[in-house]
Design a protein around this ligand. Structure first.
Ligand code: CAA
Length: 240
């Protein structure tokens, strides 16, 4: 039976590479997106991947879409919690809105999506859940109290979920990418980004496909003993 995978934020950046990798590994992929209709449409057409628009920070929208996915596909075997945003500012300049938005999209979405698939995975005695965190959740970053708080929270969430789910054939793991060549990183001011790259031992940005390769392994049957782990892919920027 073809396994079904949901990739949140799966039409751009790291998520798009993950969607493509899973498709090429013969999974049926449903790529979620929230805002950029044009990018989603062309991604879907180019890659023959189903895309569905909903806001992962809204429990009601997640519930509606996940129910529909179950109706259409019967199962969800793989969940990649990838959707995330930044609203960078040092805390002394951070608005309450930019705090809340990042918490809602990066963290509350993890509860929304995971709680909506976990029971069926438990019934099926199979599941693969991967949370895309960040090097900045591990080490902290100037201007990212909001983002770093959510990204380190994913690690605690994932380890707890792994403990609860191991006996049911479900694994929960975290990947912490470093600075990857995506629109999110390209939005950093040029001089700041240059100074960040100078601190990366490999002296370059990572590629989204380098993250997707790790996802490809973690969702495979061969990775059933990898559980509750955190994987860094950051060119040596943080060694943990
Ligand atoms: N450490 C210490 N001090 C720093 C600093 C740092 N890393 N960066 C800046 N400062 C200091 C500056 O020297 C400056 O000091 P003075 O006022 O004495 O001159 C002061 O802080 C203000 O700096 P900025 O002018 O940069 O402040 P700003 O308010 O204009 O910008 C910012 C703040 C938007 C956060 C900007 O610093 C920035 O973009 N930083 C990079 C944040 C970052 O790495 N984001 C990652 C986004 S991609 C991502 O998140 C993906 C992933 O998972 C890796």
């Amino acid at each position: 039976m073809t396994k079904i995978a949901i990739v949140t934020g799966g039409t751009r950046g790291i998520g798009a590479s993950i969607s493509k990798k899973l498709k090429s590994s013969n999974f049926k992929v449903i790529a979620n997106y929230t805002s950029n209709d044009d990018a989603a449409k062309s991604f879907s057409k180019e890659n023959n991947i189903e895309v569905i628009k909903w806001d992962v920070s809204s429990y009601e929208e997640c519930q509606k879409s996940v129910n529909k996915i179950y109706e259409d596909n019967k199962n969800v075997d793989i969940l990649i919690n990838n959707a995330g945003i930044t609203r960078d500012a040092p805390l002394h300049k951070m608005s309450r809105d930019n705090w809340q938005k990042v918490i809602d999209v990066n963290l509350n979405s993890i509860f929304n999506m995971t709680s909506l698939v976990i029971n069926k995975m438990r019934e099926n005695s199979f599941g693969r859940i991967i949370h895309i965190s960040s090097v900045n959740g591990q080490k902290g970053q100037f201007g990212q109290t909001n983002y770093a708080a959510t990204k380190s929270a994913l690690i605690g969430f994932s380890k707890s979920l792994a403990l609860e789910s191991a006996s049911k054939g479900i694994t929960s793991n975290v990947i912490c990418p470093g600075y990857i060549n995506t629109e999110m990183v390209a939005a950093i001011r040029e001089d700041i980004l240059k100074s960040i790259i100078e601190t990366i031992p490999n002296k370059r940005l990572g590629e989204a496909d380098e993250v997707a390769q790790m996802v490809g392994y973690l969702v495979s049957d061969k990775a059933s003993y990898v559980n509750g782990s955190t994987f860094s892919i950051n060119g040596g920027l943080w060694m943990d």
